[in-house]
Design a protein around this ligand. Structure first.
Ligand code: ADP
Ligand code: GLC
Length: 474
């Protein structure tokens, strides 16, 4: 079976969040279970030159807006699987990956260029695996073309929803510019008087998936459907939830090159050294008996930062440390700065994006805070589990599917989770975690329970293969 994965970001070429991790790792995992997979992603200005192996296609002529866009395609296997990077400087050589008024046009172009590239390569894939709104355009193009174009006749599409909150909306009057003039296409995009690339993907793809089982149900409710819950309910018989995997070649405390010391479930002693150096790196006084709470996240409303703001004072009152890595909305960045100014001997902050530091925080912290408002899957709680850093999370989406509450009686569980989006409930769990932390045996048990869990990509890749097979049979 031939599968082409198309994504707006993919590690190591580009990343703003979990989508990059997933799109980078999945093709490699598919290859490992015997699938002939290929990744297509943009070549951004941020994509490091060392990842570009050679120019595969110098003259990728893309029919675009009534003319021809002369793009290129670079080739690489830096993510462990064959990858084509679409080079279109006017669209992708910019200061940041997203955040432009014409993002819809940038990714409409990317979608069309990716399909143009596949045609140029000569054999149509059996499955085109699309990810999030950026690629919704391609779902419509394939559904439409295969009615008359023999090349696409046997190709089927799978559309994965990583985040329903971002839908790629724009004015319907622009659709014709991108080649979507037919009634079929206009209907697919039509959403409340404008065009939505997410809706188009949901409607025109053969099957749908989301990145955890629970999120698969949540997006069928008004609270998490963002106006499209009627459509996910309508297509529920074509929708499956597959929890993301973790790339244990990258996230493994026994081998991680970013760490000052190594450890595993049998011998946790290296973790203390990681904690010592982490405190040092944040210029905090080193007292290993006090717990370190950590947060690594995009600072957006989704991540429950306002709950964090409400509990931070209480955490500090227990004498604990808090370290935070992230950037995003100004009000949240200001909060962390104020907290740090208020308690410089207990709080460490790094505003910005720092992959290497993310690894050292996972290794050196004791507890990881993730009180998300919603969380399609979430990767950091899974990284935390492997690094013996106990997650305290809100029981939503993938957080609920991957974290199991610690039970003092049975000795089972790997973390702490709470339901209602309320600071007092969050704080209850934090106190419970501190109580467990005070008892060395219980704590090590919780750590080991988490470290021994297998969230590897291999399991997830097999489920995707089942999904592809099912899609081809429909
Ligand atoms: P989301 O995709 O919603 O941001 P995930 O938990 O799925 O959430 O993935 C976030 C990914 O981005 C993780 O790999 C996390 O380590 C990384 N990340 C987020 N913020 C930062 C940051 N400031 N520096 C380094 N890595 C970050
Ligand atoms: C999205 C979600 C996150 C998920 C990631 C990868 O960014 O917010 O929960 O883990 O996609 O699927």
């Amino acid at each position: 079976m031939r599968v082409a994965v198309i994504s707006a970001e993919a590690v190591p070429y580009s990343k703003t969040g979990g989508l990059g991790d997933v799109a980078g790792a999945l093709p490699k995992a598919l290859k490992a279970v015997g699938i002939d997979s290929l990744l297509i992603t943009p070549c951004y200005w941020q994509t490091k030159g060392e990842y570009i192996w050679h120019t595969a296609i110098d003259d990728l002529y893309v029919n675009w807006r009534g003319g021809t866009y002369h793009a290129k395609a670079f080739y690489s296997e830096a993510n462990g699987s064959p990858t084509f990077l679409i080079d279109a400087p006017s669209y992708f050589h910019r200061d940041s990956i997203y955040g432009y008024r014409e993002d819809h046009e940038r990714f409409a172009f990317f979608s069309h260029a990716a399909l143009t590239l596949l045609r140029r390569l000569g054999t149509a894939p059996d499955i085109v695996h699309l990810n999030d709104w950026h690629t919704g355009f391609a779902a419509v193009e394939i559904a439409e073309s295969r009615r008359w174009d023999a090349f696409w006749r046997n190709t089927r599409t799978v559309f994965s929803i990583h985040n329903m909150a971002y839908q790629g909306g724009f004015g319907s009057e622009e659709l014709w510019k991108f080649g979507f003039g037919s009634e079929f296409a206009r209907n697919a995009f039509a959403f409340n008087g404008y065009a939505s690339a997410m809706k188009a993907g949901l409607e025109a793809s053969d099957t749908l998936s989301t990145v955890s089982r629970r999120y698969g149900y949540e997006i069928q409710t008004p609270e998490n459907g963002y106006g499209l819950d009627w459509l996910t309910r309508l297509r529920a018989d074509r929708l499956v939830g597959i929890t993301n995997g973790v790339d244990y070649e990258v996230w493994n405390p026994a081998t991680d090159p970013e760490l000052p010391a190594h450890f595993d479930a049998n011998d946790l002693s290296g973790k203390a050294e990681c904690k010592r150096q982490l405190l040092d790196e944040f210029h905090l006084p080193v007292d290993l008996s006090r717990p370190v709470f950590a947060s690594i996240t995009r600072l957006t409303d989704q991540k429950g930062i306002d709950l964090m703001m409400q509990v931070a004072g209480e955490i500090l009152a227990t004498g604990s440390y808090i370290v935070s890595l992230g950037s995003g909305e100004k009000r949240y960045e200001d909060f962390w700065q104020r907290l740090r100014d208020h308690a410089p001997r207990q709080v460490g902050i790094y505003r910005g994006y720092n992959e290497s530091l993310a690894h050292r925080i996972e290794a050196g912290a004791d507890m990881f805070l993730m009180p998300s408002k919603f969380e399609p899957c979430g990767l950091n709680q899974m990284y935390s589990l492997r690094y013996g850093t106990v997650p305290i999370v809100r029981a939503v989406g993938g957080l609920d599917d991957t974290v199991e509450n610690w039970d003092t009686v049975t000795g089972t569980g790997n973390g702490f989770k709470f339901g209602p989006y309320r600071a007092d409930r969050f704080l209850e769990r934090i106190y419970e975690a501190l109580f467990a932390y005070a008892d060395r045996d219980s704590w090590q048990r919780i750590q080991r329970n988490g470290m021994s869990i297998d969230n590897s990509w291999e399991n997830a890749a097999r489920k995707y293969v089942e999904l592809y097979n099912w899609t081809l049979r429909l």
